[in-house]
Design a protein around this ligand. Structure first.
Ligand code: CUA
Length: 364
């Protein structure tokens, strides 16, 4: 009879099945899913976390992406629960038992209702996810920069970030400084992304999604951080041996602090007569071919701008803290700190090292 096609053949084992077990399994599944996905957004972030975290958005585009990702995760969790729960139930309910007679159960072929259901329901789910995602992409990518937006160009290099503020005449590296957006006073930063060599990807999860930096192409993205502090990120596209040491910091300032930072960065480098010896070593060596120091003839553009070197927290894009000691180790042989980087060992003598470090640490 057609109606009985899916019924358990015979009533074997009835009454012996402990029916609570599939429920326990289901509860365990549900608990795992709930802890992973549903509890995360409950901890609303009120400050940068200090580690990369997609669940604590603190910027408009990151918030939009967070919402659509929760929808996708919830849908996937629902599917997982239904499929996993049914599977666990079937495995348990129809397991082999000693009193089985050892012949095959009835073989069943075809059911229009079931086939229709498992075709139509997934199509509807995919369609909902598609619409929600398309809407978020449209909102995030279609946002027009307001007239007072800060414009920054980020150039990816193997393996560091060049950060230029064309409207302000500032060039720095690896640390992007931007103003905070406060309620009623949005101050978004629009980034133009380029690459000097291979493909990289700019990703600071609390601020926005990933966007690639591709040679001979200009990509754009924007951030609108709502809390001051330091946000961390990294290159998210494998770009060579030191890809993992291509870290990013976004330092978000209150309005007045940002103005102060801009004023300091606009200044030319200090020229302290006491460190002239180090400056002379710098100019007598090949350093000037790759590095710029504004206010001096050094105008190289292959390496990071050193005008305000000591205002940065790290060396080698997050590889080491930016201290006099590490700077000395870096200058002695950069390859021991960041193997494969483009800066060669300059074969400086101890005396030259001391002089050049004494000069560089004045570049605040
Ligand atoms: Cu740059 Cu990975």
């Amino acid at each position: 009879m057609k109606r009985d096609r899916f019924r358990n053949p015979g009533k074997r084992g009835k009454g012996k099945v402990k029916k609570s077990s599939p429920c326990t399994l289901g509860a365990a599944f549900f608990f795992c899913i709930a802890t992973t996905f549903l509890v995360a957004p409950a901890f609303a972030a009120d400050a940068p976390t200090g580690v990369t975290n997609i669940f604590k958005p603190l910027s408009t585009p990151a918030q939009a992406i967070h919402e659509v990702s929760l929808l996708a995760l919830a849908v996937c969790a629902g599917i997982f629960l239904v499929v996993g729960g049914l599977l666990a139930y079937v495995i348990f309910r129809f397991r082999e038992r000693p009193e089985d007679e050892g012949h095959e159960p009835p073989q069943v072929y075809g059911s229009n209702q079931i086939e229709l259901a498992w075709t139509v329901i997934p199509i509807l789910i995919v369609f909902v996810l598609f619409l929600a995602t398309a809407r978020t992409i449209y909102d995030v990518q279609g946002a027009a920069p307001p007239a007072d937006a800060l414009n920054v160009t980020v150039v990816g290099h193997q393996w560091w970030w060049e950060i230029r503020y064309p409207g302000l005449g500032i060039v720095t590296a690896n640390e992007l400084h931007v103003p905070v957006s406060e309620p009623g006073k949005a101050r978004p930063t629009f980034l133009k992304l380029e690459s000097a060599d291979v493909a990289h990807s700019f990703w600071v999860p609390q601020l926005a999604g990933k966007t690639d930096l591709i040679p001979n192409r200009e990509n754009r993205m924007w951030i609108e951080p709502t809390q001051p502090g330091t946000y961390v990120g990294n290159c998210a596209e494998y770009c060579g041996t030191q890809h993992a040491h291509m870290l990013l910091r976004v330092i978000v300032h209150r309005a007045e602090e940002f103005t102060k930072w801009v004023t300091e960065q606009k200044q030319l480098s200090v020229d302290d007569p006491q460190t002239r010896a180090g400056r002379d070593v710098f100019f007598a060596t090949a350093c000037v071919n790759c590095h710029s120091i504004r206010g001096t003839p050094a105008g190289g553009t292959f390496g990071p701008d050193l005008t305000h070197l000591m205002s940065r927290e790290t060396l080698g894009a997050g590889t080491a803290p930016n201290t006099a000691e590490k700077l000395r180790a870096w200058l002695r042989n950069p390859q021991t700190i960041k193997e494969g980087c483009n800066m060669p060992n300059m074969q400086l003598t101890d005396n030259e090292l001391n002089q050049i470090v004494a000069y560089l640490v004045t570049l605040k």
